[in-house]
Design a protein around this ligand. Sequence first.
Ligand code: PLP
Length: 442
Amino acid sequence: MSQILHRSLTGRLPTVVHAEGIHVRDSDGKTYIDACGGAAVSCLGHGHPRLREALLAQLDTVAYMHTGFFTSEAAEALASRLVADAPAGMSHAMVLNSGSEAVEASLKMARQYHVERGEPQRRHIIARRQSYHGNTLGALATGGNAGRRKLHTPILIETHHIDPCFAYRYQQENESDLDYAARAARQLEDKILELGTDSVMAFVAETVVGATAGVVPPVGDYFRRVREICDRYGVLLILDEVMCGMGRTGTLHACEQEGISADIQVLAKGLGGGYQPVSAVLVSSKVHDAFLRGSGAFVHGQTYMGHPMAAAAALAVQQVVTEDNLLENSRLRGAEMMSALQSRFANSPYIGDIRGRGLFIGLELVQDRLSKLPFDPGMALASRLKAGAMKNGLMIYPGSGTIDGKAGDHILLAPPYIVTSEEVGEIVSRLGDTVDQVLADG
Ligand code: PLP
């Protein structure tokens, strides 16, 4: 009997005993292809020799040091690298340990920015429905997934949500991408006007929505418009690239493809590829200068921030991504996976939409393509697909509540950037079998 308080108190999880590249083996000797990097984390796959080397070297140097006493070469090198590769305007980086913590820090930064500038009345956070920003209370309150928020609603801080830019569900027939983008972005302006133009502190959005809506890229000039609206009303733009960032969409930052920079940007997952729990907040000079001219400090701190082992892992992952040209592999293999999925499911009535960028792909399941009607949530389709895939030796990351937090199911694919064309073919073949088997069972 396990004494871990697992995510689910019923059922039995297999025990992993080895993982190498994109392959995972359990204690029964069964093997799996990791087609989702866990939760879009393992961007280099498992057991990468360069990471072993980097972590052992850091262990021999210094494993932990409190950032109130010392800085470390590892954390300094990571911050320099992140800022050098950052979108325009970013001047500093804060190294933390999880996506949720980094989102919390970004919210506190936004709040302090306005206080330092003499606008303490700015307190409202606007985010989007069907987004996920983490599970700590501030991050959970910011996220717009009704299902995940439900239990804790009475203890969540007040936040405000607008619709996501979600073409498959919200774009009208005969509405161009540009018209739809304008309509979706207008909701932000309307919300700012409703709350009071001098009372909003930040707009928070995933550049490409990940886990809760099943990989939803923006359309048209949505984010350019969002950027303009934020600037017009003095609202800080926080982009959450915890899942979609660090190469997952084929460029280092997903916002590069939108032609904009945030004021604060949050990174995790692919930053350290799972070799250490590590996240980061990229801070623009605009925000940093406000702190410098104001109190001279960011009023925040955590025991494990700037952790040397975490920083060493993240730096090594970023070096491998560059040296092995893995952004290009993310683009090329991603395009192959997209077209293989499109042909495999061309005649399937149940796959309503296949969307994504790079090696970040979502498939939305429907009862039939024309009506786009979701399956009954009582069918628990997402968890049945996950179980079916595991049976077939395939790790996928499905989700439910795709449409509104309750209805809708999707499958998220996010294989390591080292995936080969042959492995892409195998992933699509096992996924095709899984979908056929699970839906044939009714
Ligand atoms: N933000 C996004 C977009 C995420 O996908 C996640 C996790 O899935 C988080 C924040 C929270 O990250 P973590 O689980 O590391 O706390």
